[in-house]
Write a protein that binds this ligand. Structure first.
Ligand code: UD1
Length: 371
């Protein structure tokens, strides 16, 4: 049979913000391993730009430096989206790829998908089909727009396929490939463990709560953030709390006069944002994780570490039905925490969703070669 791809397939990858980097790394590696079948370029929109929010991930995950950095920076959603679109268009036109590959659900994902669709470039979306059914979340809008436009929807789990079918997406555009975040986790877990981050922070192994909170719905409102700070103070009285603070959260804690009080609490370790390896190391050694991050819900499911998600919903329901995740509220957090600590101590073994096996990116390479 004649080779459908007599020349290398030209791929333009897009990343923008922290949760994108661990998704693009395995895909670029898997495509590079196919002996010259793919020609790859990487665009960083610059949505995240601090060393701790961007560069450290390139170094730790051995991602090649971006061919283009659009240096967009922070701004309102409309401003940021518009800037990404304007700056991405000439880069796309110049590269003329066979595929634009976007990952996740951040503003960069949606903005570059819109640009590519308008010029008729084919888009593949990695981590397609997730839905929180909550349009107050900016990421839900990004997911809906991206999936409506993308040509190839690469999904991590069966619920994602179902969501897409319900939205009328033709089945031939949907491919369940598994979870690329877990590819990165499998590859880096031993390296992460060898760093002993908990020792450096002086907290006991399996004896602390790892906290990450940055969603606007949790941290942007004064009352909500004050209630969270009170709750974390109560938690720190029972177990040490390790809390790497996202720039958005740090700014709001400072704005609302909550930062100094929280920092001075016994048992509370407020630290700068950590890189990928230390985040994994902390999740692996925590008694329990308290978060509003999407990625940590998946990572804790794979690590079988109890996770409490401080949100009314999740776009990752398999982490609840087949994993270690539970939704929590400020009202139920103390009781939920007790229960989670007991789960870790009793060593409950949990299953892991299918295709969360470290080989999702290889399946993506296969799909692209067939497409
Ligand atoms: C973005 C994503 C969110 C993701 C999160 C992970 C969208 C809509 N949101 O939210 O889905 O979970 O990244 O971190 O795309 N800032 C810095 N340094 C940086 C980047 C941001 O200090 O490198 C500060 C700026 O003050 C900025 C604020 O953080 O205004 C928020 O950044 P932004 O990219 O708008 O949203 P995130 O909350 O990070």
């Amino acid at each position: 049979m004649a080779d459908p791809h007599p020349r290398p397939i030209k791929v333009l990858h897009v990343v923008g913000a922290r949760p994108n980097f661990m998704k693009v790394a395995p895909v670029m590696r898997a495509l590079a391993a196919r002996g010259g079948r793919f020609e790859q370029r990487l665009v960083h929109t610059g949505q995240h730009y601090d060393q701790a929010m961007s560069q450290v991930f390139f170094e730790e995950l051995e991602i090649t430096p971006p061919d283009e950095n659009l240096e967009v920076g922070s701004g309102s959603h409309a401003w940021q989206t518009a800037q990404i679109m304007m700056r991405f268009e000439p880069v796309l036109t110049d590269a003329a790829p066979d595929w634009v590959i976007v990952v996740g659900d951040v503003n960069s994902t949606m903005a570059c998908t819109l640009v590519a669709s308008k010029v008729g470039a084919r888009v593949a979306h990695v981590e397609a089909g997730l839905r929180s059914f909550d349009r107050d979340m900016p990421e839900e809008i990004n997911r809906l727009v991206t999936d409506a436009l993308a040509n190839l929807l690469l999904t991590p789990s069966p619920d994602a396929d179902e969501n897409l079918r319900r939205e009328g997406i033709p089945p031939e555009r949907i491919r369940q490939v598994g979870n690329v975040m877990i590819d990165t986790l499998c590859r880096n877990l031993e390296r992460a463990r060898a760093r002993h981050v908990h020792r450096r922070l002086g907290v006991p192994p399996r004896g602390f709560v790892y906290v990450t909170l940055h969603r606007p719905s949790n941290v942007d409102g004064r009352e909500s953030l004050r209630a969270i700070a009170d709750c974390l103070s109560g938690t720190a009285e029972r177990r040490p709390v390790v809390f790497p603070v996202h720039p958005r959260t740090r700014q709001r804690l400072a704005d609302f006069g909550l930062l100094a009080g929280l920092e001075s609490r016994a048992g509370m370790r407020l630290i700068e944002p950590v890189g990928y390896l230390d985040s994994i190391g902390l999740a692996d050694q925590a008694s329990c994780v308290l978060t509003d991050s999407g990625g940590l819900q998946e990572e804790t499911t794979f690590l079988r570490v109890p996770c409490l998600t401080l949100r009314p919903n999740t776009e990752r329901p398999v982490t609840i039905t087949q994993g270690s995740n539970h939704l929590t509220t400020l009202a139920t957090l103390p009781a939920d925490l007790d229960e989670a600590l007991h789960r870790r101590e009793s060593g409950e073994t949990l299953p892991c969703p299918p295709l969360w096996d470290g080989r999702a990116a290889e399946r993506i390479a296969d799909v692209l070669l067939e497409a």
